[in-house]
Design a binder for this molecule. Structure first.
Ligand code: GAR
Length: 203
């Protein structure tokens, strides 16, 4: 019998609280998502995602992308690529990563970098559209539905091919914060399923 291929190893890139990271870890721990989170990279020293990773024994590394000093060796992209290689990463998962992914990283992981966006794309995406800004724009537009979108990442903000979207109705009296909470719950239910279906062999 040929050996079953081992599930892909995920690196999660996060800038914030890391609730999406947590949902991926939980899905793996309960056996729903074969792929383990094998590395967490944050670009903010205080990102809550770090503590979540540590609690589960997952290596986490802070990489400073700001104020890049060209004398700094290695530069941030090389450092990230080195980490991805060292941890034998197969798929890069952006979960609240508020920075562009450089072409060098995208070239090293063709069609293997995914992002979750907290609103419909392309209408509510682009530079500056993240977190509460998205929910505010959705409410200002007066649309009836929002909902998270998972897409492959290309060098521009929120423009790669869409893999999945689930609609979340906008409720009467919603604030950006209340809509954010409802969309976040949908994100947590959606992201691991898309990663499983796209990157894991069927059991
Ligand atoms: C999530 O809502 C995610 O969709 C959004 O940031 C939040 C991170 O929350 N990402 C973007 O806006 C990217 N454009 P988390 O840190 O609790 O997972």
């Amino acid at each position: 019998m040929p050996e079953a291929p081992s599930p892909p190893r995920l690196a999660v890139f996060a800038s914030g609280g890391g609730s999406n990271l947590q949902a991926l870890i939980d899905a793996h721990e309960r056996g729903d998502l074969p792929a383990p989170v094998a590395l967490v990279i944050v670009n903010k020293a205080k990102a809550g995602a770090r503590e979540r990773a540590r609690k589960h024994g997952i290596p986490e590394v802070h990489v400073n992308l700001r104020g890049v000093d060209l004398r700094e060796q290695p530069d941030p992209d090389s450092r990230i690529l080195e980490l991805l290689r060292a941890h034998e990463i197969d798929v890069v998962v952006l979960a609240g990563w508020l920075a562009l992914v450089s072409p060098r990283i995208l070239e090293a992981f063709p069609d293997r970098v995914v992002n979750i966006h907290p609103g419909p794309l392309p209408r509510f995406g682009g530079k500056g559209m993240y977190g509460l800004h998205v929910h505010r724009a959705v409410l200002e537009a007066g649309v009836e539905q929002s909902g998270p979108t998972v897409h492959l990442v290309d060098p521009r903000y929120d423009e790669g091919p869409v893999l999945a979207h689930i609609p979340v109705p906008v409720a009467e009296g919603d604030t950006p914060e209340s809509l954010q909470q409802r969309v976040l719950r949908a994100e947590h239910a959606l992201y691991w399923r898309v990663i499983r279906d796209r990157f894991c062999e069927p059991a």
